[in-house]
Design a protein around this ligand. Structure first.
Ligand code: UDP
Length: 326
């Protein structure tokens, strides 16, 4: 297939682009490089552009003759979305509507969309099933929920076939160490902890140890980026006009912040000093996926099942690229 990947130069996007190319698809990457990296994708595939550029979106659909879109391009920092919601509504809502309307104009109706656990807010049931009420508590989570609803409406009215993939905590890197996670500034637990191991930071701050969990720190479900990429390929194969697939993508296993830091110590062989800090606003104590629907509907099984194997690939990337893509 000819596939347009928005945000394909970003963290999850670049791993998906590789997987698509390996499957023999013709891939175009549409990315404004605000978070993405030119070096993460084949030069010839890159169209540098913004979702705000309606005319470029239109001409890109025409030029690439895309048959489907995989849509990663978004801003995705919960904390930032609270202080700068305008950026989130502009990029994630208006930007995505521009994309959907360019697709409509070109008669492209198949899309795989990056959604998130943040659409659930503070779920009552853990492991979280997909029918848990979606009550996001951050502007980020809400912008993603708006697009899930828009896709439902576009499916009903215009025959769009879509998949909304709700990621849990994306982690790890390509096992060959060629591409990986590089956010500036970095806010995520595993890369920050590995930067401490590399001597680039003096310590990792644990955001609260008085949660109702066995060791008092938050529990998350870490899922390998290559497993996420694989789910996108499977979803693309299963899109049906006028219908939607909504699935959680998590490993189904939860690890506490302290367990993750311990795993980073073992993987790197370095002592990693820890400082105890305040809770981070908006962090629920436990988020673990019920991933049984992805297994059923996509035939998806994560290959990386435990945190040690995920962190090993992250360490390989960070230790071989201490400055990221620079
Ligand atoms: N966390 C932490 N210190 C940090 C960064 C993250 O204790 O410097 C915790 C955070 O509170 C959460 C978990 O690690 O419980 C995962 O956070 P991350 O930002 O990696 O992903 P999120 O869960 O926000 O998507």
């Amino acid at each position: 297939m000819r596939i347009l990947v928005t945000g394909g130069a970003g963290y999850v996007g670049s791993h998906c682009v590789r997987a698509l190319l390996r499957q023999g698809h013709e891939v175009w990457v549409y990315d404004n490089l605000s978070c993405g990296h030119r070096q993460a994708v084949p030069e010839a595939s890159l169209i540098e552009g913004d979702l705000a550029d309606v005319e470029l979106l239109r001409s890109t659909m025409e030029r690439t003759q895309a048959e489907a879109v995989v849509h990663f391009a978004a801003v995705a920092e919960v904390g930032e979305s609270v202080v700068n919601p305008a950026k989130y509504y502009a990029n994630n809502v208006i930007g995505t509507l521009n994309l959907l309307n360019a697709m409509r104009g070109a008669g492209v109706r198949r899309i795989v969309f990056s959604s998130t656990t943040a659409t659930y807010g503070e779920p009552e049931r853990v492991p979280i099933p997909e029918d848990e009420p979606q009550r996001p508590i951050s502007p980020y989570g809400f912008t993603k929920l708006v697009i899930e609803r828009a896709l439902e409406d576009y499916a009903r009215a215009y025959g769009f076939g879509y998949a909304a993939l709700r990621y849990f905590n994306a982690a790890g890197a390509s096992p060959d160490g060629d591409i990986g996670e590089d956010h500036k500034p970095e806010s995520h637990l595993i890369p920050i902890t590995l930067q401490v191991a590399l001597g680039q930071r003096s310590e990792i701050t644990v955001f609260g140890d008085d949660y109702p969990t066995p060791d008092g720190t938050c529990i998350r479900d870490y899922v390998h980026v290559d497993d996420l990429a694989d789910a996108h390929l499977r979803a693309l194969d299963r899109l049906v006009d006028g219908q939607g697939i909504k699935v959680n993508l998590g490993s189904g296993n939860g690890y506490s912040v302290r367990e993750v830091i311990d795993t980073c110590r073992k993987a790197s062989g370095h002592a990693i000093p820890v400082r105890l800090g305040q809770r981070r606003p908006g962090d629920p104590p436990r988020l673990i996926a019920d991933a049984s629907r992805a297994r059923r509907e996509l035939g998806w099984e994560p290959r990386y099942r435990d945190i040690a194997s995920i962190v090993a690939t992250a360490w390989h990337w960070h230790s071989s690229h201490p400055q990221g893509y620079e």
